[in-house]
Design a binder for this molecule. Structure first.
Ligand SMILES: NC(=O)c1ccc[n+]([C@@H]2O[C@H](COP(=O)([O-])OP(=O)(O)OC[C@H]3O[C@@H](n4cnc5c(N)ncnc54)[C@H](O)[C@@H]3O)[C@@H](O)[C@H]2O)c1
Length: 387
């Protein structure tokens, strides 16, 4: 028998990120981050390791934290074995997470790689001289950082606003992984179920399509009538909000905004409904208000499954997955989005950080989309590997 070896998920993911591997090989020669520290505030899970190691191949010193709820202890342990500094706990507590963010900024990184605007929002309040700029991964971060542009006044490239991120991750991968998460959490079917998706942006489009492809009847609710028309013409049911909640067996929020489903909606929620969130922050479904409502008789918790059942005084009961945190990064064995989609998105991250490190952008590039030439470079590299 040939020699065999026992490998981890970290190895599987690293070997699957072919674009990052090619980028790392180039960075080992070009060393774009030589002498620079990069502070990261993005989900600490195996795909992020592949990005972090790529940046390190480019000469960077890394200080890393994660986001609320999504930090995977195995990933933290692995990064530490690679001599990467990590300040992160697997917490849902904003104050505890805030302490990790402060610890990153105390290291005064030259570049920030942010996800949800946590690091840049703090840096806007407490600026320091050597911060060159960096990247922001999400829609939610863009919404948060745009009003701070005058104070930030440095290049910040928003990965989410690349067409590649929009179609590869938000549309295709978030849809697939929220569908996968529903199955993984619940072991329940989708066939013949009525699904309501709140938000028909890129993530909502993929989510609605994935559940429709799995033999569910999908309704879409979007606050924007033009987007709702698009959903209608795409063949989805587009009832009024109240009707959409009342009829949903599975209700999914993926808007990026708070208070999409609140305690005021409790009388509408169908007996047996399953609620889950795919948006970045856990504020889309107001789970705390549900828990504290006088109309609630009790709560059953399936601890290991991270499923909560809310029992109403009128006899109805409904379920919440992962306490309303991003379902594809919560619950048992959270896998997140597909490796290929993250390989593409993280290749954009690496190239954007390289551009900022090289000083190729001014302060007018504060909270702007990925430059088109970087999109073209990453797309060509992926296609070359796929051919
Ligand atoms: N789970 C993941 O892995 C993952 C990955 C990428 C993005 N995200 C997050 O998903 C969320 C959505 O991202 P996107 O790229 O689709 O955003 P988007 O801006 O493209 O779409 C959001 C949609 O929600 C709609 N909307 C806003 N308020 C609403 C309301 N009250 N009711 C109904 N619809 C409403 C908007 O009109 C818009 O069409 C963000 O929080 C983003 O950070 C999650």
């Amino acid at each position: 028998m040939d020699q065999s070896s026992s490998l981890s998920r970290m190895d599987w993911v690293a070997r699957s990120c072919r674009l990052l591997a090619a980028t790392a090989a180039e960075f080992r020669e070009t060393r774009p981050f030589e002498g620079l520290t990069i502070g990261t505030g993005i989900h600490l899970e195996p795909k992020t390791v592949a990005l972090v190691m790529t940046l390190r191949a480019g000469g960077a010193r890394l200080v890393c934290t994660g986001n609320l709820n999504s930090t995977q202890p195995e990933t933290v342990r692995y990064l530490r074995t690679q001599d990467i500094t990590v300040f992160a706990t697997q917490t849902t507590d904003a104050a505890e997470h805030g302490a990790s963010l402060d610890a990153i900024l105390a290291k005064k990184p030259d570049l920030l790689l942010d996800n949800g605007g946590d690091l840049f929002a703090r840096a806007a309040e407490r600026p320091y001289a050597n911060l060159l700029g960096g990247t922001e991964e999400t829609t939610s971060g863009r919404i948060r950082l745009l009003p701070m542009r005058d104070r930030l006044a440095m290049p910040i490239l928003v990965i989410n606003d690349s067409p590649i991120k929009q179609f590869a991750e938000n549309k295709h991968a978030v849809g697939q992984s929220l569908f996968e998460s529903y199955l993984r959490f619940t072991n329940r079917s989708t066939n013949g179920k009525r699904v309501t998706v709140f938000g028909y942006g890129a993530c909502g489009k993929g989510t609605a399509a994935s559940f429709r492809n799995a033999y569910a009847t999908v309704s879409v609710v979007d606050i924007d009538p033009v987007t709702t028309l698009e959903a209608h013409l795409d063949g989805f049911v587009t009832p009024l909000r109240e009707e959409a909640i009342r009829t949903a067996d599975i209700l999914i929020t993926v808007t990026g905004y708070p208070g999409i489903v609140t305690a005021a909606d409790l009388p509408l929620i169908k007996h047996g409904a399953i609620l889950m969130n795919g948006g970045h922050f856990p504020h889309e479904i107001n789970v705390d208000a549900f828990r504290n409502s006088p109309d609630v008789a009790g709560i059953d918790r399936y601890e290991a499954e991270q499923i909560e059942t809310i029992r109403m005084r009128d006899g109805r009961a409904f379920h919440i997955l992962g306490a309303g945190h991003m379902a594809n990064l919560a619950g048992p064995r959270p896998l997140g989005n597909t490796v290929e989609s993250m390989d593409l998105g993280f290749a954009l991250q690496a190239r954007c950080l390289e551009r900022v490190a090289k000083g190729g952008l001014g302060k007018e590039a504060c909270v702007i989309p990925v430059p088109a030439d970087i999109d073209a470079m990453v797309a060509s590299a992926y296609l070359d590997l796929a051919r």
